[in-house]
Design a protein around this ligand. Sequence first.
Ligand code: ZN
Ligand code: ZN
Length: 320
Amino acid sequence: MNDAENAIWAQVWEQLQVLFGILVTDLGSRLSPLNLMSMVGLCLILWIVWRPSAGFLAWLFPARVYRNPSFWLDVRLFLFNWTIGLFITLNYVVVATATAWAIGQALGAGEPMPDDRSPMLSALIVFLAADLTMYWYHRLHHDRTSLWAIHALHHSAEEMSPVTAFRHHPIYSVLGGLVFSVCVGAVQGLAVVLVLGSVDTATLAGTNLFSVILNLGTANLRHSHIRLCYPDWLEHVLISPAQHQVHHSVDPRHYNRNYGEVLAVWDWLFGTLYITQPGEEIRFGLGDASGQPITQRHPTFRTAMTEPVRRAWSVLRGRG
Ligand SMILES: [Zn+2]
Ligand SMILES: [Zn+2]
């Protein structure tokens, strides 16, 4: 094995160890102890400031959310996606690292790779690339009817809890992981040659530093009943929990808005931004053209698996 091959396999091995740590200790980054604890801390502050009539726990975990069959379907899809993710993510690690390495080689990066010159800049570039990739991946699932058939499962949630973030069809998750790995890997590869001299990035517990900081406290509130709006100027920069809740609204005024994951600047740039107002009523789920909720398309795990595929197939064959 030559130096170049050794370098790539050393990176794959290093990332596999990081992945193993995440899987064992964090059970998915959004539900990591850090994200959960920071969410509860933020909610405690909001509860003290907002003074709702319910006690803290009853307000944080409203019975109507956890009694709804929609929540229990979220849980089943989370467990299913997490299980298959164990195997699939291993492949993404290889794909992303190999893409970064191949582009670096094609553009003339020497081996061994030089030391990291600017891990903070590298982390920022990778974070921006990842967030922009997620914006377009998400948006395409609203723009293309066949892809919407798959993504509609996420939008058929009638109540929102942090587990709703995992309410995705496996096709969405698998395709997303692949697109994400190739795009972010390509950007890392370019960064090697053009700017940084290394693919290393600033991380915290193996996760991109910017991603950790910007998700603290708020990542899990995006899928929740807690309607936290930011000031107008900040909602042009970061997606507030209320902005993602608007994305799940049945109201036609809210359709096809706020595709961003962490940053709102992409929505602002590409004309899909919706700024929320405190007190705005939002009803979650799938609606018709007049904004009326439609009958639940995915009442069971079986229909959640089969209905999106059947519908996408019909569209592709010209019958949708
Ligand atoms: Zn969506
Ligand atoms: Zn969502």
